[in-house]
Design a protein. Structure first.
Length: 93
């Protein structure tokens, strides 16, 4: 790596920070893994890393970032469905 960083390297580093921060907050109990904020941080982080990889491509790294994005999107959709079901149950018949 050279200094100063190019814009895509900065984007990638922000992505790394988001993913690591989400995981640290999960481990310390500040975030729950079944809630949308955790999943959004993972999608944004992995997406930023993937953008940086477009400029300095690495197939194995891109594969894991795409998988990370897909799994996180699944988590967002699942959380939204569960929340919707919970609200419907609270409203009653």
């Amino acid at each position: 790596m050279h200094l100063p960083l190019q814009w895509h390297e900065v984007v990638g580093m922000v992505g790394v920070a988001l993913c690591l921060l989400a995981y640290m907050w999960l481990q310390t109990g500040k975030l729950r893994g079944d809630r949308i904020p955790f999943q959004v941080m993972n999608v944004a982080g992995a997406g930023a890393i993937a953008v940086s990889l477009l400029y300095d491509f690495n197939l194995s790294a891109m594969t894991i970032e795409i998988a990370w994005i897909g799994i996180s999107i699944y988590g967002i959709v699942r959380s939204a469905k569960l929340r919707r079901r919970h609200k419907l149950r609270q409203q009653g018949p």
